[in-house]
Ligand binder design. Structure first.
Ligand SMILES: NC(=O)c1ccc[n+]([C@@H]2O[C@H](COP(=O)([O-])OP(=O)(O)OC[C@H]3O[C@@H](n4cnc5c(N)ncnc54)[C@H](OP(=O)(O)O)[C@@H]3O)[C@@H](O)[C@H]2O)c1
Length: 248
């Protein structure tokens, strides 16, 4: 039987690494994509050992804001079809004050990191998606729904609008497109960099469940959307936020 293939952008760290691990556990071969090869190599090796499937996770080093580098993911597929594409790469880029040129750089950096990475990778992989049955999953943020992140919020919110159009485009081929929108997820490079103990406590207090989210919480939602159980779910935003924002 053909082994299923998943592509996870930002799969070398944090939420993406947890998603890649969950999909390996479900029997997928997984390509993880990021800019730092040593980080990707270490995660690929760790995941293979953990699941007793060495070689199941393969690193692809590419800056997904660069159209030329995105082609490396297609090359790494070596003709195989993609069952599941998870656009998880992103994060908050700082700046935003100063000259208009500074403002432009801040907005471009956030749109590039969170929107363009997903758009370019998806466009490159569209011809290689399994039809029927393929899955496209976008990792957004609660910041898209409640604000608070400036250009980051706007870039993540743009993923939602684009996901709806993509769901319309791919629906007739029985390919689903959904967004997973995490709340605060502790212990990733992204959250670790910017979180003081006070901020962490504030985030916990904002949930109904009284704890931070984990990368595994988000991976479980992605795993569901990738599964046959979610075959009739498309064009949806699934919040994984401990109740910090109600569904919308
Ligand atoms: N942690 C949270 O609280 C939280 C909450 C809501 C949403 N999110 C979202 O969840 C996703 C994963 O975040 P995380 O918390 O797991 O943080 P993270 O560990 O910093 O993960 C971000 C990943 O994206 C990759 N990446 C960034 N820019 C890239 C580019 N231009 N090309 C290729 N890869 C790129 C990074 O790898 P390289 O640096 O090696 O490229 C890294 O592996 C992000 O989209 C983030 O916005 C996180």
């Amino acid at each position: 039987m053909r082994r299923r293939v998943a592509v996870v952008s930002g799969g070398g760290t944090g939420i993406g690494a947890a998603i890649a691990g969950a999909l390996v556990g479900d029997g997928y071969d997984v390509l993880i994509v990021g800019r730092r090869s040593e980080v990707l190599e270490a995660t690929a090796q760790r995941s293979g050992v953990e699941w007793g499937r060495s070689g199941a996770v393969r690193p692809v080093t590419a800056d997904l804001t660069d159209p030329e580098q995105v082609g490396r993911v297609v090359d790494a597929l070596a003709g195989r079809k993609v069952d599941v594409l998870v656009n998880n790469a992103g994060g908050r880029r700082g700046g935003g004050t100063g000259t208009l040129a500074d403002v432009a750089a801040y907005w471009r950096a956030n749109l590039d990191a969170n929107l363009l990475t997903a758009v370019l990778l998806t466009e490159a992989l569209l011809p290689h998606l399994c039809r029927p049955g393929g899955r496209v999953i976008l990792v957004s943020s609660v910041a898209a729904q409640r604000g608070g992140g400036g250009a980051y919020s706007a870039a993540k919110a743009a993923l939602h609008g684009w996901a709806y159009d993509l769901a319309v485009e791919l629906g007739p081929d029985e390919v689903t497109v959904n967004v997973v929108s995490p709340g605060y997820v502790a212990d990733t490079e992204f959250s670790g960099e910017r979180t003081t103990p006070e901020e962490r406590a504030r985030q916990v207090a904002g949930t109904l469940l009284g704890r931070v989210g984990t990368p595994e919480d988000v991976a479980a939602a992605v795993r569901y959307l990738a599964s046959p159980a979610a075959a009739y779910v498309t064009g949806q935003v699934l919040g994984v936020n401990g109740g910090s924002v109600f569904g919308r």
